[in-house]
Design a protein around this ligand. Sequence first.
Ligand SMILES: [Zn+2]
Ligand SMILES: [Zn+2]
Length: 365
Amino acid sequence: MTVDSDHGSEGSDDGGEKGSTEGVNRGSADHDPEWPVRIPLSNEAFEGNNNAYLFAAGGEVGLVDTGVATPDAREELRARLADRGIGFADVDAVALTHWHADHAGLAGAIQAAGGATVHVHPADAPLVERDEEAWSGFRTASVGRYEAWGMPPDRREELIAFLESTDDYDHAAPETTPVEDGDRLELGGTSLDVLHLPGHTAGLVGFALDAPGGRDLLTGDALLPVYTPNVGGADLRVERPLATYLDTLDRIASGGYRRALPGHRDPIADPAARAREIADHHADRARRVVDTLDRIGPADAWTVSADLFGDLSGIHVLHGPGEAWAHLEHLERVGHVRREGREYRLAGDPTDIPGDLLGRGTGDR
Ligand SMILES: [Zn+2]
Ligand SMILES: [Zn+2]
């Protein structure tokens, strides 16, 4: 991971009065075929480059997600907005898909510059606001979970050091305003419908909009191209993470969206197909977890993760065993494995386990 230490221009020009932004080239639904405007922002710490999405119409400016609060990403966001004559102080509202630092990180800096309203789901709001009690509870629960997974003490320390290293970022915490499923949010002159899409985090929300050519869904990390969103390690507060996430995939697949605009990488041309592909991937992974337990015998989540993913570093020390645990927990719930202490064992002969071992029926997603 790289954290750029150049703080040279931080805070130098994003304050001040809200100026007139009449006539500037902001892009709009009328003029820009790629609407909303996608702003890629560098991110070497977590899952790769992030997208912020700019909405600017009718004299209003809004952003969905903000990028990580590193000096590099901050300067990139500032420059891309400046290309369109917009300063941080001109942003009226920010809507966050979820609490992760690579999506929410710069919301506080934007709010500090011009008082932008920052919208986030109540389940993720305390972590975005950096509420002390919420964070200390989260950290304590996390360490307990690492132990329960069987993560060796040296790897636990390595992971905690990695996670704490992101505390060096500029975490100016915003005050937030809640948005919940079914709300309609006016952001940057555009109406966005809020969908609660939990799984990756407890309070992840997507935002649906009518764009030229069809209905789009901004998905944050609920749906990504190329790789699958982490489930199980990305937010240890999520109950039944795999089942919860599979429900979210069902909801996306049945929503009739033309396009998904994800939190990382390029737009997804067929969101329903991608949602089904990710669900199939989890079915395959569940089968691999069963095969692992069949081959090596009773094992904890850490051991299953090592068998599935090999040796891991950085954030993957969290995401690997988290993903293994999400599957083990689900397989236990549907009766294919039994847990004894930290270890999981097959509940019966694996050849008796039906093909649909996620216990959810097939073909109807
Ligand atoms: Zn995330
Ligand atoms: Zn992300």
